[in-house]
Design a binder for this molecule. Structure first.
Ligand SMILES: C[S@@+](CC[C@H](N)C(=O)[O-])C[C@H]1O[C@@H](n2cnc3c(N)ncnc32)[C@H](O)[C@@H]1O
Length: 539
């Protein structure tokens, strides 16, 4: 695939760098559910969807204990279940039966028909909780004591669970987590698309649901001489040290420690240290599970890294397996981790990794699924949903480094990928060539702009696949699907709310959902990935 074959289009408004983790990032959709017969709530959409959230109170109970951190009797104001929900005040004590888990892993029950959100409570438990916030449509309460315990309640193994915002449901057995995630998806379709009879395939879980993350993306602070790398505590900007994080691969943890020690040793300034606007903001480490390679990227606020040569020399000595060291410059204060400019400080511009028998080049800013073991299951589900015969023209929208398109290329006539990040498209083109996928091309652009343009120029895709960030599909993209009427549409999503809302638009436009396949890409967190096969018969 030559560079000339790529589209020149490169829109400045791309959601660069938003894709970590849990495809991680970007706010969840802000639209509110329409009033229904059920008690309404919309908090799940008002929370930032970093995927790394937990209970918000400073005086947070440890959800594993099922006991209050302070005496419940001392705080008691009212345990009456006869108080009107409107009359409740902060500090009141209520007893709630938990009906299900919400999208952020919180227990949801009802008090006088008003939804109550309680972090750390589990479905079917009866809990005592202290009211923290009373809003017109919901109540937020803090777990004090578990009166009736779920058989799925377990001791969370991580010492910072409940403080670090990374995992939300370590206190639930893995079996319970899988069931809860399926319920979260069902509830989203029920609430946002009015569908309660969809065919759900059993969720695809992991045999060992730990050490699965191939990438760490950590904020930095200095404590004395020591550099601390971690995640933000939920609802705050205080950084929690996550050394030895049990969902990250040990090689990733080890690499983070080494980068920290070099930053410490060389006293390289961190962002905002001593009032400076320069310095290192974030460290990003990615590990190739198959290749064994390690890619280290420092995200800096300024365009110069103090003691850059010493940093490279020392890091290579400490970490001989490092394959590339890069610096990404992000001068702006936004929720995006990466800025637009990346400079290779040493080694390879992109890291090598493989999935099954496919080889991939990955540049620092390009998205790659965080859980390689589950990615193979995810992509096989996409293949099943696409129903290819070898004759189809397939659009791989939001294609990243071309992974889905290249997975499907042997089963289709032509693959055309669209991706907003130029480096990821360069990677995808290299990947197509390296894997001999001559029927695949990849193009820089916004999916909602490039697809309509291609359709205007006469393209009639048979199958469209979309794997957007958490924000879901742009209305222009949905409108193009409805106008173009591909036989099949495959939606890969990490946000059940936006997924269900977008599917509703397609269903109203004549499509039908074949099945829903939940895939657990992020064990111990409340996130759930889904592949949905959607089709129409009138084309
Ligand atoms: C969840 S990732 C999926 C990547 C790929 N399908 C995979 O499995 O690795 C979403 C991708 O969409 C890209 N993206 C975000 N907004 C976009 C837009 N409006 N148009 C095209 N690509 C976009 C991101 O850069 C990211 O690479």
């Amino acid at each position: 695939m030559s560079k000339q074959q790529r589209s020149a289009h490169n829109n400045k408004n791309s959601k660069h760098g938003k894709a970590e983790g849990a495809k991680p990032s970007g706010p969840a959709a802000s639209s509110r559910p329409k009033p229904s017969g059920k008690p309404a709530y919309s908090r799940e959409d008002s929370k930032p969807a970093t995927g790394r959230k937990a209970a918000s109170s400073k005086e947070r109970p440890n959800p594993k204990a099922g006991k209050a951190p302070h005496s419940y009797n001392q705080k008691r104001r009212s345990t009456s279940n006869t108080t009107n929900a409107e009359e409740l005040k902060s500090g009141d004590i209520i007893i709630v039966t938990i009906k299900r888990l919400g999208i952020n892993g919180e227990g949801i029950g009802y008090y006088r028909r008003k939804a109550v959100f309680i972090d750390g409570a589990i479905t079917d438990e009866v809990v005592k909780a202290e009211v923290q916030e009373v809003q017109p449509k919901f109540i937020k309460a803090q777990l004090l004591e578990v009166e009736k315990r779920s058989p799925h309640r377990i001791e969370p193994p991580c010492p910072v669970f409940g403080i670090c915002g990374g995992c939300q449901i370590q206190h639930i057995s893995y079996e319970g987590q899988l069931a809860a995630k399926t319920d979260i998806v069902r509830e989203a379709f029920n609430r946002y698309a009015g569908l309660d009879n969809l065919r759900f395939k059993p969720i695809l879980g992991m045999e060992h649901p730990w050490n699965y993350r191939n990438k760490a993306q950590l904020q930095l602070k200095r404590q004395g001489r020591e550099v601390i790398a971690g995640l933000y505590e939920a609802d705050s900007h205080s950084i929690v040290d996550i050394s030895g994080c049990p969902i990250q691969h040990p090689k990733v943890n080890e690499a983070v420690e080494k980068v920290k020690s070099v930053l410490e040793e060389l006293r390289i300034p961190l962002y905002k240290e001593n009032g400076s606007k320069d310095g290192v903001r974030t460290i990003v480490v990615r590990h190739g599970f198959q290749s064994g390679e390690l890619q280290v990227t420092l995200v800096t606020a300024g365009s110069r890294l103090p003691r850059q040569d010493d940093f490279v020399r020392m890091l290579r000595l400490t970490m001989p397996e490092v394959s590339g060291i890069a610096m990404n410059i992000n001068p702006k204060k936004t929720s995006l981790i990466f800025g637009e400019r990346t400079i290779t400080l040493w080694g390879a511009e992109n890291m090598q990794e493989s999935l099954s028998d496919l080889q991939f080049a990955l540049s620092p800013r390009a998205f790659f699924q965080l859980n390689p073991q589950q990615t193979v299951k995810l992509y096989e589900s996409v293949r099943a949903a696409a129903g290819l015969t070898g004759q189809e023209t397939v659009i791989d929208a939001y294609c990243g480094t071309g992974t889905i398109g290249l997975w499907l290329a042997p089963y289709a006539k032509e693959i055309r990928g669209i991706e907003a990040i130029p480096e990821a498209v360069e990677d995808a083109c290299i990947n197509a060539q390296r894997n001999g996928r001559t029927n695949a091309s990849f193009h820089v652009g916004q999916a909602e702009e490039l697809l309509p343009r291609w359709v205007k120029d006469g393209l009639r895709p048979d199958v469209i696949i979309a794997d957007p960030p958490r924000t879901g599909l742009d209305p222009r993209f949905l409108e193009t699907i409805l106008r173009t009427k591909p036989k099949r549409f495959v939606y890969v999503s990490c946000n059940p709310s936006t997924l269900a809302k977008d599917c509703k638009v397609l269903l109203d436009g004549g499509y039908e959902i074949d099945w829903v396949q939940p895939v657990d890409m992020f064990p111990q967190t409340s996130h759930v990935e889904c592949v949905i096969g959607i089709c129409r018969d009138d084309t």
